[in-house]
Write a protein that binds this ligand. Structure first.
Ligand code: TMO
Length: 312
């Protein structure tokens, strides 16, 4: 760890005088949430800013409320705006004003109901949601009675699983996991005897390299499916669509950032991570069990060619 940090600092020092001359010495406030790629990416970018001679402060925040905090300038930026989970909160804050879209990552994202491939052996009509529903009894547990169990993400990811089950008339009960780790534990526990299981998951993530699997295909997302009952197959309900199958991953910034930290802002607009890069950030923590700061230092050490260009 010490060696990595030293190597990193040595490699970057020569660039430091070129950047950050005009930026405030106040800390850039970077929010941390409850999934690994976001935590590691936040540390990666925070360490880049520190190498530019800037000050950084990390705050752990709710992943929906953060958009209001960025809008008000209490938090400076957000590095992972996932369309499926946070599009609605991001759009609401944009409309109120005070934050803006600081550009897309290269990554294409999807967040939705997902199953490890052995589940399909028991329910061969998958990935159709109707086939899943016909197989609901396979997913029943003592907790859910005759209904199938769907383990959704933690509540702050606001997946609207319960609303979707109701809107589509599904025979499933939605249980919210307390943490991302509980999702991985659920898949891991089912793996030994290849028990069918359906949980919330997303890509890019480490999970795709560990457990081959597929997303359930719901009625395709239409813009407004969360606001206009007419969208989606049920004319009387919201959330009767899947999440976007090719969603964006954006960066968001407080409007005041470009004046207060112009060099850091310029770097932020250039930052663009790919699916494999983000999956690897998650893997360092969820598979290799590194601490997030250590994972970030390791990622920076292995990818100098990627990020040094953003500092110039
Ligand atoms: C917000 N997330 C990537 C966990 O779906």
């Amino acid at each position: 760890m010490k060696k990595l940090t030293t190597a990193l600092a040595t490699g970057v020092l020569a660039l430091s005088p070129l950047v950050a001359a005009a930026d405030s010495t106040d800390p850039i406030v970077i929010p941390i949430h409850n999934w690994s790629s976001q935590i590691v990416m936040s540390n990666v970018v925070g360490q880049m800013f520190e190498e530019m001679g800037l000050n950084v402060e990390y705050v752990t925040t709710d992943s929906q409320a953060v958009y209001e905090s960025v809008r008000l300038g209490d938090v400076t930026l957000e590095l992972e705006v996932w369309e499926g989970a946070f599009g609605a909160s991001f759009r609401a804050a944009l409309e109120k004003g005070g934050l803006h879209d600081a550009g897309d990552h290269n990554a294409v994202t999807r967040e939705d109901w997902w199953y490890p491939m052995w589940t399909k052996d028991a329910c061969p009509g998958l990935p159709s949601w109707e086939a899943l529903n016909d197989c609901a009894a396979l997913f029943a547990t003592a907790e859910t009675g005759t209904k199938g169990r769907y383990l959704d993400g933690p509540v702050d990811w606001l997946k609207h699983g319960k609303e979707r089950v109701e809107a589509l008339g599904m025979n499933f009960e939605v249980i919210n996991a307390g943490s991302a780790a509980a999702l991985w534990a659920e898949i891991g526990a089912a793996e030994a005897d290849k028990r069918p299981v359906v949980v919330f998951n997303w890509t890019p993530n480490f999970a795709e390299a560990v457990w081959p699997g597929e997303f359930v295909e719901f009625p395709a997302w239409e813009d407004g499916c969360d606001k206009d009952p007419a969208k989606g197959p049920n004319p009387n309900a919201l959330y009767d669509c899947g999440n976007p199958a090719t969603g964006y991953l954006k960066k968001a910034a407080w409007d005041g950032m470009k004046d207060k930290w112009p060099d850091a802002y310029n770097v932020l607009t250039k930052i663009s991570f790919t699916n494999p890069q983000i999956a690897e950030m998650a893997k360092f923590v969820d598979v290799d069990e590194m601490e997030p700061e250590e994972a970030a230092a390791e990622w920076l050490a292995q990818n100098e060619a990627v990020w040094k260009g953003w500092l110039n």
